[in-house]
Design a protein around this ligand. Sequence first.
Ligand code: NAD
Length: 499
Amino acid sequence: MKELTHYIGGEHVKGTSGRFSDVYNPATGEVQAKCPLASTEEFGKAVDIAEKAQPAWGATNPQRRARVLMEFVRLLNRDMDKLAEALSSEHGKTVPDAKGDVQRGLEVVEYCIGAPQLLKGEFTDSAGPGIDMYSMRQPLGVTGGITPFNFPAMIPMWMFAPAIACGNAFILKPSERDPSVPLMLAELMEEAGLPKGILQVVNGDKESVDAMLDHPVVQSIGFVGSTPIAEYIYGRGCSNGKRVQCFGGAKNHMIIMPDADMDQAADALIGSGYGAAGERCMAISVAVPVGDDTADKLIEKLVPRIEKLKVGPYTAGDDVDYGPVVTGEAKKKILGLVEKGIEQGAELVVDGRDFSLQGYEDGFFVGPHLFDKVTPDMDIYTQEIFGPVLSTVRAGSYEEALQLAMDHEYGNGTAIFTRDGDAARDFANRVNVGMIGVNVPIPVPLAYHTFGGWKKSAFGDLNQHGPDAFKFYTRTKTVTARWPSGIKEGGEFNFKAMD
Ligand code: NAD
């Protein structure tokens, strides 16, 4: 059995806590590796190393720091196939999807190459007589991040690229369910020229997360994962005086107006509802057709498309639409919620419960499900399912559809499909959700904008990547400087005035 490591001080280090968790191949259901779960002491060692290494890195000029990231981008492209294979084998997503995971992280690294420009301060000449004022952005010191299983390449890069570009050291605690790619990324950063100890990976569970939350040297924590853990980390991290940003769960609604192009809307729902087995925080999990007519037409378009979906292992090639979910536990939770939906009166239009794949009977595959006539009191509506299950909630009017999205506790992403510019504009302005798509089902902002939800989907006031990341990973210092004026009337320099 392969035993994975931590990456501490530039070395692969074996776990010493004696605690491990299983890493599965979700397609076969077999345990393929053991992931070490760090103790508080092991985490503390990484902090000591980071604390020693950071000052020199923080003092390195931003252009040199950016060059490391530039080389890292080259190495990511060089190793794209290897990274995607490792990612798919532990996560289960298809290879093109795994490459997309690396690519969307890479784009944030590219943005961070602009660090010299992005870190430029502000200067006011002659703020008063002989007084200049300038502000600079300085690194925080040792920073940390905790990431989820569903984007094991992208989300770590969203955190460590800006943190490191800003001159910080960064300790990553990735998901224990797919930890291999984060370890590979740390190795590549060092190959790109990053000094040892600036990026470390400490694998673990709650013990190492708590060690990060309580360690006085750790200045900031980024978290992405489920909402209950986001709330816990935000509360404990803030009360320990750290700067914290936490991004949580989602229940993204797509409003389909009667004038929408129904084929376009149905295609969009297939990709955004079932792609990556629904394990995306920006997946659409609720379709809200406006009017019964629209709903009937939509269901009619969706059913044959869903029936054509190919579910299979990542090794089966590019025509697989989605793979297994990440663990047997995740599969059980999804199927449990499907049963709840039936029990509570939703209409199961496409039933994926009996899905099985020859040769992969023990894999964590879940067939696609479609529910109609879901109501807001049902568990399948209130809870994040994080699986290939799309719920349809029929709305009587546009206002009712808007209100549904507004009243849900999550506010990560949402979309409207319509030909009416006025309706689209009204929706984008009024809905209390962070990322909005107009005829775009998964409106993930590009690297140079920021990414973040509202309501219970995010805690803290700065978003991920884009300009916000450079604010999150730096502190502002403002200097007010007065130099005695040596200029006399008439322009002659008076050296005596300088005494
Ligand atoms: P998770 O909350 O189970 O785990 C996330 C991280 O927290 C992991 O590193 C895990 O080890 C750690 N963790 C788990 N339990 C903990 C505990 N009790 N105490 C301390 N740390 C703990 O999430 P997941 O299942 O890995 O990821 C899926 C979730 O992430 C979904 O809810 C999804 O919506 C969300 N997500 C959100 C975004 C976003 O940007 N809003 C992006 C991706 C995923």
